[in-house]
Design a protein around this ligand. Structure first.
Ligand SMILES: Nc1ncnc2c1ncn2[C@@H]1O[C@H](COP(=O)(O)OP(=O)(O)OP(=O)(O)O)[C@@H](O)[C@H]1O
Ligand SMILES: Nc1ccn([C@H]2C[C@H](O)[C@@H](COP(=O)(O)O)O2)c(=O)n1
Length: 642
């Protein structure tokens, strides 16, 4: 699969839900444009409407919110917030300080996500919050607060959403409140989004909103005199976390992939994902609100060792991109993954192992070593939108991937798979099949070079397997043993060289004996089945030219161009004779002709994948053509179908 195209990003979830709540708490009417349309924003919109806030849809992802000046009209309500942490935490804080009685609940997973640190912080200010289930977890019963105290301690090392909720709610108290952050503050970029959005609505936090550069993230003051004021109109940036999947797709699948809606100038920390992807070798250009990515010049991503505190959500995308890297990638400082929609470290490790990766997980890190070949797998998504979106990238491995419960992407990006499909295309394959010595290898190789594509000599796989069998003393009729061997042998193609179990193979691969042995084992159905995935794994961006007997009919039936390349048996015997002589090998033209006829007979008469002109394949008889003419003919047929 390759990736190329442009994606207009949906609005940022983090910004959307913050802006909706601030617009509701503000004085005045706010028009919110480019709002994200998703499950999580629907939960926030529903909750605000239940609380009596007037929210009107203006169409085209725009809404008009009539603020209630911090005083929700409805003083008693039950709110269901699904699995939307960006709605649950800030609403808990705002409602706890707003003088009403509310019951807040969510889906079962929401009830497993901790909220105790936020509740403890709010209680220090006199909030009255009771747990309706397990201590420290939703659901919650909130009753009117009796405000006391001017200092609050809140943990910063579990989820930055606790601090976000507190910061956004404190202006409702009408008095200055000091915040002391306990433990090292994680996910600071999300706090920066909170501060930026609060500043849009006229509230500045001392010193975090005011001082530039390095900050002491342990203390701040939310001044008492400030009230949220509508900025009139506010535009929601494209979602930088959602951008990560498309940037990674371009880096893995060739590119260029351009994303619009977020760029160099952004309040979202996840824009720095692009910098980490470029450390992996991707080539990235940025404009004010767009980015464009190409695959590394080398064609392969580099493995990295990264502290991911600054990109907690987008770091998941790196974990799957690591499948395409040249070594082991380590992502650390990701403990917060464990308390998200699911335990994301455990989920990521389980699913990466399914596609063949070697994974080590720790309390706050994950190490991923890619497999030689990414395996087809059915990926479980744990009701976690990011698991589904991340693992779509595994499809670039060529073996295909099944995403279970793909609709979970509705949490933040309902149109994700439609957009992904728009920028991904099957890697084009040119299939060149034909009988022995027809010239298909020579022609295919030259066509691949002319088009900058990869090349697969599928016959070499059968020849190599024959050689490996002979070396191990396995009979060429022992179908089960040969099929097992096909799964075990280590075959590597690099440039012109071919390695079998780590040893470079020379001219012995090209002898008529090796060809005859290959022809015999190629008639065995289990052997053919065992070599199928190995052949398909050669399909990589930007394209593949594959030669053999069943490229068009069985291995790559969706090839964009199918050629049946042939020549008379006499012409082929003569070509083979010259070829062997040039290599200094002994040859007899009559014996070669006999051998070619015998091989044609075996290859065309076998029961599985017999050599024949496949449906949709066009005939190219090269008897009267020289090599260059044959190559030009294939190129012109490709141009005609491209
Ligand atoms: N059109 C052509 N005219 C003359 N010689 C050719 C032509 N095409 C290929 N040859 C020569 O014929 C020989 C056999 O070609 P090649 O090895 O590419 O065939 P092949 O079909 O891939 O064979 P096999 O599948 O049996 O390995 C080579 O020496 C090649 O240079
Ligand atoms: N896709 C393929 C490729 C090769 N074979 C068999 C048939 C040939 O006799 C033998 C060696 O192939 P060559 O190197 O001569 O192209 O392997 C096949 O059945 N299917």
């Amino acid at each position: 699969m390759s990736a190329r195209g442009t994606v207009r990003l949906p609005g940022s979830k983090s910004i959307s839900n913050r802006v909706l709540l601030l617009a509701a708490l503000a004085q005045g009417t706010t028009t919110v444009r480019d709002l994200l349309h998703s499950d999580d924003t629907e939960r926030m919109l529903d909750a605000l409407r239940t609380l009596g806030v007037v929210v009107e849809s203006l169409g085209d992802n725009a809404y008009r919110v009539t603020g209630c000046g911090g005083n929700f009209p409805v003083k008693q309500a039950k709110l269901f917030l699904g699995n939307a942490g960006t709605a649950f935490r800030p609403l808990t804080a705002a409602l706890a300080l707003s003088g009403g009685s509310y019951e807040l609940s969510g889906v079962p997973r929401m009830h497993e996500r901790p909220i105790g640190d936020l509740v403890d912080a709010l209680r220090q200010l006199g909030a009255d919050i009771r747990y309706l289930g397990n201590e420290g977890f939703p659901p919650l019963q909130i009753s009117p607060a009796k405000l006391v105290g001017d200092t609050v301690k809140v943990r910063g090392d579990v989820s930055s959403q606790f601090l976000t909720g507190l910061l956004m709610a404190l202006p409702l108290t009408g008095k200055a409140v000091n915040i002391e952050v306990v433990g090292e503050l994680i996910s600071k970029p999300y706090i920066k989004i909170t501060l930026a959005m609060m500043a849009h609505f006229g509230v500045k936090v001392w010193p975090w909103s005011i001082v530039e550069g390095e900050l002491d993230w342990q203390h701040c003051v939310v001044p008492g005199v400030q009230r949220y004021q509508s900025p009139d109109t506010i535009y929601v940036e494209g979602d930088a976390s959602s951008a990560s999947y498309f940037l990674a797709a371009g880096a893995i699948g060739g590119g260029p992939v351009r994303i619009e809606g977020v760029g160099r100038v952004s309040v979202q920390g996840d824009v720095r994902f692009a910098d980490e992807l470029s450390r992996m070798g991707a080539r990235i250009e940025k404009g004010e609100n767009w980015m464009e990515v190409h695959a590394p010049a080398s064609g392969k991503l580099k493995a990295i060792d990264l502290d991911c505190n600054h990109i907690p959500d987008a770091a998941m995308t790196l974990a799957v991109a690591a499948l395409f890297a040249d070594g082991t990638t380590r992502l650390s400082n990701i403990a917060s993954w464990r308390v998200k929609e699911t335990d994301r470290i455990a989920a990521m490790a389980t699913e990466l192992r399914k596609v063949g990766a070697t994974v080590e997980e720790g309390a706050d890190y994950i190490r991923i070593t890619p497999p030689a070949r990414i395996k087809h797998a059915a990926i479980d998504t744990y009701d976690d939108h990011r698991m589904a979106m991340c693992f779509s990238l595994a499809a670039f491995g060529g073996a295909g991937v099944r995403i279970n419960d793909p609709k979970c992407v509705a949490k933040t990006f309902p149109e994700y798979f439609a957009e992904f499909a728009k920028v991904t295309q099957a890697v084009p394959v040119i299939a060149i099949d034909g009988p022995s010595a027809s010239g298909k290898g020579t022609v295919a190789q030259r066509v691949a070079t002319a088009l900058g594509m990869h090349y697969l000599d599928s016959g070499a796989l059968y020849r190599l397997l024959g050689l490996a069998a002979q070396k191990r003393g396995i009979a060429l009729e022992a179908e089960d043993k040969l099929a097992e061997l096909a799964g075990q042998v280590d075959i590597r193609f690099e440039g012109e060289g071919i390695w079998l179990d780590g040893v470079k193979v020379g001219d012995e691969l090209r002898t008529e004996e090796a060809g005859a042995a290959a022809s015999r084992i190629a008639a065995l159905p289990k052997v053919r089945a065992a070599l199928l995935d190995k052949q398909r794994a050669f399909r990589r961006a930007p394209g593949l030219v594959a030669d053999g007997r069943d490229m068009a009919s069985v291995v790559f039936p969706d090839s964009v161009l199918k050629i049946f390349l042939t020549a008379s048996a006499e012409a082929r015997a003569e070509r083979r004779y010259k070829q062997l002589k040039e290599k200094g090998m002994s040859a007899n033209i009559a014996a070669l002709l006999q051998d070619i006829r015998a091989r044609d007979e075996r290859d065309t008469q076998r029961s599985v994948a017999p050599l024949q002109q496949a449906q949709g394949a066009s005939l190219l008889d090269t008897t009267p053509l020289n090599i260059e003419q044959a190559v030009q003919e294939v190129l012109s047929r490709y141009r005609a179908v491209k």
